[in-house]
Write a protein that binds this ligand. Structure first.
Ligand SMILES: Cc1cc2nc3c(=O)[nH]c(=O)nc-3n(C[C@H](O)[C@H](O)[C@H](O)COP(=O)(O)O)c2cc1C
Length: 175
């Protein structure tokens, strides 16, 4: 079983990246060997439905995604949705999510956008029959301080969500 944690923020001072790292820590502590894909470090071309699929970075990411059996997406909330970088990732390599498990960790600026992830969750279920872990982490600026997660409840929720994803992925890959 291979889990890919995708951090989609393009901000070098990102809160959602801290959520991605917390998920990596929780899975590693459980003896798993998850991989981290940081889209800030491996920029993807915009999907044009054509030549972008052949770009070397797209191919590299496509290979990573094809090898993964479960995905944890850590992303910012922009305009009541995930950021464009994650949407672009899905447009480029989303076919690799077919029948696979996914979980979401989100960082937002306020408390009111907590249902924003549902548009992407629905589209993954409809497009790729992805199985969505019914646990969502939603963190706001007050949950972070000095480049770290300051709210222990958020660290705990990330770990619970990551473990739920790992457990569901293991069950589905064993079946
Ligand atoms: C273009 C843009 C749109 C945003 N839209 C929302 C929004 O709809 N709801 C919200 O709660 N925060 C919104 N925010 C705030 C971000 O979600 C917040 O800064 C978050 O920490 C970004 O994630 P990151 O730190 O991982 O980059 C927006 C920020 C930007 C730059």
């Amino acid at each position: 079983m291979s889990i890919l944690v995708v951090s989609s923020s393009l901000n070098s001072d990102s809160n959602s990246r801290l959520l991605a790292q917390a998920a990596m820590n929780a899975l590693t502590a459980d003896g798993l060997t998850p991989k981290l894909l940081d889209l800030n470090e491996l920029p993807l071309p915009f999907c044009d439905g054509s030549s972008a699929y052949g770009h070397p970075n797209t191919q590299q990411v496509s290979k990573l995604a094809s090898e993964a059996s479960g995905f944890i997406f850590a992303s910012p909330i922009y305009n009541y949705d995930v950021n464009a970088a994650l949407k672009n990732f899905i447009e480029l390599v989303g076919g690799n999510l077919e029948d696979k498990t996914v979980a979401f960790l989100n960082a937002a600026g306020g408390t009111s956008s907590y249902m924003s992830i549902m548009a992407l969750a629905n589209s993954l279920m409809l497009d790729f029959r992805s199985v969505v872990v019914p646990r969502f982490v939603y963190a706001v600026p007050a949950d972070f301080a000095d480049g770290a997660i300051a709210n222990p409840k958020i660290t705990e929720r990330v770990a619970t969500c990551a473990r739920a994803l790992a457990s569901l992925t293991a069950q589905r890959t064993a079946a």
